[in-house]
Design a protein around this ligand. Sequence first.
Ligand SMILES: [Zn+2]
Length: 121
Amino acid sequence: MNYEEHFIASAIAGFCRNASSQKQRNNIIDPKELLLSTGASILGGILPDKIEPATNPNHRNFAHSWMTFGLLSLGENILQKNENINPNFKNLLSDVSLGYKTHLLMDATTPKGLPFIGRIS
Ligand SMILES: [Zn+2]
């Protein structure tokens, strides 16, 4: 997968999740929140290849691993349950996580797949 594919997929994921969430909450779509959420998801979507650039076919390690996918999901779950954190901030972090996980799922569909844990460098 290349940069543009990750950018577009994470943008779509963030856009759809926020539009759906706003529709459920108040039935009115706030374009500013939608744009912010989409941007946060894009940031998450390009992050794995910023951490582990695709400089060789074996570049996928911890940042591109199933372990990271699981830790992000767990962290997101813990974050959402914490009532001391601003809900908008929590949603923004969840959008970054969504974009990141979208990237990992896309990379998982390639022949190289994802390592379970990978090396931490
Ligand atoms: Zn990648």
